[in-house]
Design a protein around this ligand. Structure first.
Ligand SMILES: [Zn+2]
Length: 164
């Protein structure tokens, strides 16, 4: 395992690989912020001061039949602009999610080929986690369609679509 493989195989870019552990059939990779600059996750400001770290784990793509978990001590910073202490932004996972974006994409691809229960069983996660991933994808796509179909006048619905 290397920092380069972390990027090419798991989509985790800019972080430093530190160690691997094998526990009960699960592969654990630890990563570090490395030289990645610290910024506020809310306003993006770099006027921040370190305030410790919070250990978090993220499910990522499996290797064969083995689950892979990423361990990351997320730096916490005090932001001068916001006046608050927050975790820094994580490039490979969405806010408050316990899985990586690569895991999410993989689960979505599988969900197009099999049921939510099958995907959950294959990835060895709870059914509700896959349901959450599928639901978030649907609302993102729905919101995008609504935005692109939005007429210039508020409250005016364009119907029928041009192609009918
Ligand atoms: Zn801020």
């Amino acid at each position: 395992m290397s920092t380069s493989l972390l990027y090419h195989a798991f989509g985790i870019r800019g972080y430093t690989y530190t160690r691997t552990a094998f526990v009960g059939g699960t592969i654990h990779f630890a990563i570090d912020q490395g030289k990645k600059p610290l910024c506020c996750s809310a306003c993006g400001s770099s006027a921040v001061h370190p305030r410790g770290r919070t250990e978090r784990t993220f499910r990522t793509l499996p290797i064969g039949r083995k689950a892979v978990v990423i361990h990351f001590e997320v730096p916490r910073v005090h932001c001068e602009s916001c006046g608050l202490i927050r975790q820094v932004e994580i490039g490979f996972a969405d806010e408050r999610r316990s899985y990586t974006k690569a895991f999410e994409r993989y689960a979505l691809e599988l969900s197009r080929l099999m049921t939510i229960q099958d995907v959950a069983k294959h990835l060895n996660v709870g059914w509700d986690l896959i349901k959450d991933i599928v639901k978030r994808d649907l609302s993102r796509r729905f919101a995008k369609r609504i935005r692109s179909a939005e007429p210039s006048l508020p409250g005016v619905v364009v119907w029928p679509p041009d192609r009918i």
